[in-house]
Design a protein around this ligand. Structure first.
Ligand SMILES: NC(=O)c1ccc[n+]([C@@H]2O[C@H](COP(=O)([O-])OP(=O)(O)OC[C@H]3O[C@@H](n4cnc5c(N)ncnc54)[C@H](O)[C@@H]3O)[C@@H](O)[C@H]2O)c1
Length: 362
């Protein structure tokens, strides 16, 4: 495609303007229109980009033949309907995380995009960050040995959402990173939490994902913390990685530490754990905005007709885990197990919470 790819944005709240800025910064892109139902948000966007055409109704964007792609950055409950309309109108479609409010909705969008030969991408932003790419390289190279567990904490005060709980809001980042690093889907999920502020909308959750070979990941998500924390620890059999996303230059630290049990000992007195303390080091990371890389990847996939690294399929996997977490919350933290079906897709063993209505009813 020689002409710049023409895109329109639906949803100009908190995240939409960041997408606008990044798409506008890319040479192979023309941002043609932005849409929001709120006059206040449109006023804000006009103040940032006076020459950008602003709409209060997205229909005009969909019927406009010169727009190649639609970016959706609205609350989750609108993702499915807007993405479906966009795909039916023949537009390549980019959806913010989480992809939709249920796996059935994701499945339908994937099939629709495939049947129309359109690119469908979900914004799992962190997979495009230099920190996560570096961690994946280190893990793939075998530098830390076998991963034993991953622990994530994503905590801060607010921002309270009304239609989704904190797991659906914050945990997608951690889940996407965990699935990417481990390269597999969990065999079961369990989640506990509480709604302290808004009835039925959990503001604190603890989720666990169980993988093969006893590997597991824990994800703590909270809107009720005095401090902002964005931390992940990846514990390997040989080394350990601590990833602190709030650090500007030293986001990743690799610790050459491990504990070993002696293979043989004759008496209890001889038994000694062997603690290894080696050097720690901080790899250099390129300073780049992950969202710019996300936007560029979407444009590249449209231009080349390739499947995005974070396609509808990855969006669906993530939503399956969130659905299982919701089902587990309802069952007081009971594990929700997945099993493979004939298509190689993992399916929950018990019926899951479905749709935005079900989310609201949690
Ligand atoms: N990738 C990330 O790191 C990241 C970060 C923050 C938010 N997000 C995601 O971005 C999405 C938006 O989040 P936000 O925090 O910007 O929400 P927000 O509530 O601040 O903004 C959403 C905007 O969408 C508008 N809107 C809703 N329905 C619309 C419709 N039919 N037509 C036009 N406009 C409509 C609302 O008026 C609002 O201005 C969510 O899916 C969220 O999970 C992603």
């Amino acid at each position: 495609m020689n002409n710049p790819i023409s895109v329109g944005l639906i949803g100009c709240g908190y995240w939409g303007p960041l997408l606008l800025r990044n798409f506008m910064s890319l040479p192979d892109c023309h941002v043609a229109k932005a849409c929001d139902m709120s006059d206040e948000r449109l006023k804000h966007v006009r103040s940032l980009y006076p020459s950008l055409e602003c709409l209060s109704d997205h229909q005009e964007m969909l019927t406009n033949g010169s727009i190649d792609a639609v970016i959706i950055a609205t609350p989750v409950k609108f993702h499915y309907s807007l993405a479906k309309q966009s795909l039916l109108a023949g537009k390549h479609t980019f959806i913010e995380k989480p992809m939709a409010a249920s796996s059935a909705e994701c499945q339908e969008l994937i099939e629709l995009a495939e049947s129309k030969g359109l690119v469908l991408m979900v914004d799992h932003t962190f997979l495009f960050s230099s920190a996560v790419r570096k961690i994946a390289d280190i893990v793939d190279a075998g530098d830390i040995g076998d991963i034993r567990y991953i622990n994530c904490r994503r905590l801060n005060l607010g921002l309270f959402q009304k239609d989704i709980n904190v797991a659906w809001d914050l945990a997608p980042h951690d889940i996407s990173i965990i699935l990417h690093i481990l390269g597999e889907f969990p065999s079961s999920v369990n989640c506990q939490g509480n709604a302290h502020v808004t009835p039925h909308v959990e503001d604190v959750t603890n989720m666990s994902l169980l993988f093969r070979n006893k590997r597991f990941a824990t994800i703590q998500s909270s809107w009720l913390e005095p401090r902002k924390i964005r931390e992940m620890t990846i514990v390997g059999s040989r080394r350990m990685i601590v990833y602190d996303d709030l650090q500007t230059h030293e986001k990743i630290k690799i610790y050459d530490v491990r504990v070993e049990r002696p293979p043989h000992y004759d008496s209890f007195a001889e038994f000694q754990y062997s603690y290894h303390y080696g050097d720690s080091y901080i790899p250099h990371l390129r300073q780049e905005e992950p969202l710019r890389a996300v936007c560029q990847h979407f444009l590249d996939c449209i231009a080349s007709g390739s499947v995005p690294m974070t396609s509808g399929r990855e969006g669906l996997e993530l939503v399956r885990i969130l659905e299982a977490a919701s089902a587990s919350l309802k069952a007081n933290g009971a594990p929700i197990k997945f099993e493979a079906n004939g298509n190689g897709l993992v399916m929950p063993k018990i019926p899951l919470v479905r749709g935005a209505a079900a989310l609201n009813a949690q």
